[in-house]
Design a protein. Structure first.
Length: 288
């Protein structure tokens, strides 16, 4: 070397390079650990159980200390005893099965109609104008408002109950699907058309995947709405079901059975929503 300096060995140069890159590597590797901690199943279960267990403890404490009278609130033990008695008489399972069947059938009918009509109005401005005003007015009618009319038209059989639940399931799906399809990115549609996609093929391959998260969110809202409409549906001369149990217990002053019906409605509503949640994650992973 002309300046008299010694050449730096290659080994020393390579040993110095990781020192420069180390902070960036350590920083990126720490982020997945933080995400992974909250995604562990036992952590999710533990955090999710905090509020229900706290409410259960508060419920037990309130009844034990006599803060409220038994006519207002029964203890968790008394509600459990009521459940055991209904189970031994063969009524509990029967009520659960009948209500679940009504909800699932009504949800399937209402959600299917909501998907079809929502797609039609979301893809066509003409049909949106044609249906939009009337359906918006019908959506404003409360669930109990349909009961007298359904009894008049469909009598007091299963048809009237399932129809009312289907009405409740229809509007969340219709609203989400039609609104989402109207706002699909135009560039995606033009790209699909450039590849020769038209009509049904364009809808299935471009537009539907683009709105799939919104569609499934609408289905989950519709399922929750179906459980809400179940109680109103079982007002129609019903002799079985969780809604019937709730109303009959109110008429007979059975606070324990009332609480049991509310808890069962909450449990099965959450269970069916969780099943749709699993489907949502898999569908989004596969089609989007």
């Amino acid at each position: 070397m002309s300046d008299g300096s010694l050449p730096v060995p290659v080994e020393m140069w390579e040993m110095q390079r990781p020192v420069i890159d180390a902070p960036a590597v350590d920083d990126t590797s720490s982020r997945p650990e933080r995400r992974g901690w909250l995604s562990r199943r036992w952590v999710v279960v533990a955090i999710g159980a905090i509020l229900p267990l706290s409410l259960l403890a508060l419920w037990q404490l309130t009844t034990t200390l006599g803060i409220v009278t038994p006519n207002q609130l029964r203890s968790p033990g008394e509600v459990w005893t009521a459940a055991v008695q209904l189970f031994e008489r063969g009524q509990l399972v029967k009520f659960i099965v009948i209500s679940t069947q009504r909800v699932l059938i009504g949800f399937a009918v209402g959600a299917s109609l909501g998907l079809v009509l929502g797609a039609i109005t979301g893809l066509s401005r003409v049909w949106d104008i044609f249906f939009g005003g009337a359906l918006g007015a019908i959506r404003a009618v409360p669930s109990l408002g349909w009961v007298p009319l359904l009894i008049l038209w469909l009598k007091i059989g299963e048809e009237s109950k399932i129809t009312l639940i289907a009405i409740g399931a229809f509007f969340p799906v219709y609203t989400m699907v039609s609104g989402s399809l109207r706002h699909v990115d135009r560039n995606l549609v033009e790209a699909g058309q450039a590849f020769g996609l038209r009509g049904t093929s364009l809808f299935l391959n471009v537009q539907l995947p683009a709105v799939l998260p919104s569609v499934i969110s609408g289905l989950r809202l519709a399922l929750a709405q179906s459980w809400l409409f179940l109680v109103a549906a079982e007002l129609i001369a019903s002799a079985a079901g969780l809604g019937f149990l709730l109303i009959d217990s109110q008429n007979n002053g059975r606070v324990d059975n009332m609480l049991l019906a509310i808890i069962l409605l909450a449990i099965f509503g959450k269970t069916t929503d969780s099943i749709l949640g699993v489907f949502e994650r898999r569908a989004i992973r596969r089609w989007t």
